[in-house]
Design a protein around this ligand. Structure first.
Ligand SMILES: [Ca+2]
Length: 425
């Protein structure tokens, strides 16, 4: 069944019914669960305990930190159980219980492939192309907001070109040893300990951090160099057993936690450069709460080319979905299209920071997404009160597109114009 092939084995997320939550065990923790003996699982709802014990449950915890959440998110829990029991069977068992309002698998999200090119587009070319308002972006008297990059993490903070102001970093990866779908296996030593170190083992998050807020020197520099970057690692390395290739996988639960954390740490903008097809209600709830609190969520539209299946989170409402163009304003052929596409930005052969000392050129809507996150950070610096719909309205109004044309599904409203957008902010 398709859903099984796109989710973590042996894990479900569920929401407890508002009426049942009164009886639900107060002591169920938010932090990573210790492996609990199945006899010790006590939710406060005896019939549910019996169902959970039949799943050979290994642990239960809250999905969100209840001190910092909303009444809805406070009712979300995550369980790990015997991975040999099918997700369909386990979810049928939980859904049958009247205390359970909603139940879903923990769907996987993939970092978008970012083919590494031989050609290089320097960040100074990108900044010229988006009409970067240098005087504004580098004015140290302005209070620049924080941009959370929920991704693979960030390289060594001593890297001379990375954002100078990332004072904190976080890691929400917690897969408790449960296997990823397909022929992949986890290929990372850090899979069960959420903590305050976002060590990047892939390079994707480091590349984006340079685009958003890299330190300016020579032809390199980020879009919002004075913004505070909060790297949050939610994606870990996996390896294909058949091809040996590695890529980045995360899960909707770890991403939802990361979005919550970004909100709690005061980020104004969240960059999400990953995707997958399956809908996650929990991930969507975390995004809705963030945007309801005035944060702006920017996501890459995907690198499948044309009208391939729409990816989450780009397709969710309240998310600004970004496609990629090359340095001549032509749509990058692999940039996905569709009715949720909002705006375009340069994303081909972008030269930015890598895990080592040398620059890396990479292409994709991930990079374009980071450019737009930077522009939104500049707009929020000018006017912190702008919410998602106000930001979206200005971006649409100011985007560069042929005269007399409007929105279309291949290039959205056009290519982001940083100067005009900041002026109107
Ligand atoms: Ca860790």
């Amino acid at each position: 069944m398709a859903s099984q092939r796109q989710a973590l084995a042996g894990r479900l997320i569920f929401e407890v019914h508002p009426q049942a939550i009164r009886h639900f065990e107060e002591a169920i923790p938010f932090a990573r669960f210790a492996r609990q003996k199945k006899r010790q699982i006590k939710t406060g709802v005896p019939a549910l305990d019996k169902a959970l014990r039949s799943l050979d449950i290994q642990g239960i915890r809250r999905l969100f930190d209840r001190r910092r959440t909303s009444p809805t998110l406070d009712r979300c829990f995550l369980i790990d159980f015997d991975p040999d029991i099918s997700l369909v069977k386990a979810s049928r068992l939980l859904k049958a219980h009247k205390a359970i309002a909603h139940c879903e698998p923990d769907y996987v999200r993939k970092l978008l492939d970012s083919p590494i090119g031989l050609d290089q587009t320097s960040m100074s070319q990108v900044l010229n192309q988006i009409r970067w308002p240098e005087a504004f972006a580098t004015d140290a008297n302005i209070d620049f907001p924080a941009v959370a990059i929920v991704d693979s993490g960030i390289a060594d903070p001593r890297h001379p070109l990375l954002p100078t102001a990332y004072s904190e970093q976080w890691d929400t990866v917690d897969v408790n040893g449960q296997s990823p779908p397909g022929d992949f296996q986890w290929w990372s030593p850090d899979l069960v300990n959420p903590d305050d170190r976002a060590v990047d083992e892939i390079g994707h998050g480091t590349h984006l951090a340079g685009i958003v807020a890299g330190h300016h020197t020579g032809s390199f520099g980020g879009v919002a160099p004075l913004a505070r970057v909060i790297p949050i690692r939610a994606m870990a390395k996996v390896r294909s057993l058949s091809s040996g290739q590695t890529e980045g996988f995360g899960t909707a639960s770890n991403i939802a936690t990361a979005i919550q954390l970004a909100r709690q740490r005061g980020a104004s903008v969240i960059n999400l450069s990953f995707g997958f097809e399956r809908n996650s209600t929990m991930e969507q709830k975390a995004i809705d709460l963030a945007t309801a609190n005035g944060m702006v969520v920017v996501a890459a539209i995907g690198n499948g080319g044309g009208e391939t299946p729409a990816l989450r989170p780009a397709v969710y409402k309240n998310v600004i979905a970004v496609g990629a163009v090359d340095s001549r304003f032509n749509r990058w052929p692999d940039s996905q299209t569709g009715k949720h596409l909002f705006i375009m930005a340069p994303g081909v052969d972008i030269s930015s920071t890598g895990l080592g000392p040398s620059m890396v050129a990479a292409s994709g809507t991930s990079m374009a997404c980071a450019v737009v996150s930077g522009v939104v950070a500049l707009m929020k610096a000018k006017n912190p009160n702008l919410n998602t719909s106000a930001i979206a309205k200005i971006l649409a109004q100011t985007a560069m597109r042929p005269a007399g044309t409007a929105w279309n599904k291949t290039t959205g409203w056009g290519v982001v114009d940083a100067q005009a957008a900041v002026n109107l902010a």
